[in-house]
Design a protein around this ligand. Sequence first.
Ligand code: UDP
Length: 237
Amino acid sequence: METPKYKRIMLKLSGEALSGENGFGIDFNVATRIAQEIKDLVDMGIEIGAVVGGGNIWRGRSGEGMDRTTADYMGMLATCINALALQDSLENLGVNTRVQTAIEMREIAEPFIRRRAMRHLEKGRVVIFAAGTGNPYFSTDTTAALRAAEIEADVILLAKKVDGVYDKDPHKYNDAKKYDKLNYIQVLEQGLQVMDSTATSLCMDNNIPILVFGLDEPGNIKKAIMGEKIGTLVSKE
Ligand code: UDP
């Protein structure tokens, strides 16, 4: 029997990860594929917290000329739409889930209560953390870092469109070099596109490793859990 490298994980999916080809809205075929990958982990006994972004619907910085806080609240609401979509896809596959929101909307989901989240995880429920941190000027990467610390996750699995961290944009440069390993300071100093600096610092201060990998290849989340060498690992070493 294979032994997973991690017992409790924080899975961060960008909003785009749910959107399929065009980068906007939700493609339920894609959501179902991701849900199936998550289910495979649940079946292995992995405890899963998930944070979904909102960029497939709205990002605060899209609101040019808008009040920044209002634009950010719109972004937080977008993450709630995605969280419900992911919940639905998971429950269609028979996975027990709870959505917890950082902004109360009790008719739709539970409010975020750490102890309750921990209990859900122990019972094998996937807990989807929605509405970001509940604060403007933050991102869902920071949410993933914060919730990972709170639920004592072993690692953040950062699922991206690219298969790791590169020294330059691999879509633009053929000679872009992929890193297997990095430390937090290298990410911050070199301004590498992993997470925003607030999220990276939070991970550094709380010693939470971040595994950046590509979601496009099916089975990658499981590979990451089993400790196969994929993507880029960001840690203190
Ligand atoms: N957001 C926020 N506070 C948070 C988390 C998110 O204000 O704690 C807003 C912010 O405007 C952000 C949007 O929600 O642009 C969507 O989140 P994000 O851009 O992180 O989504 P992703 O890029 O991962 O899809």
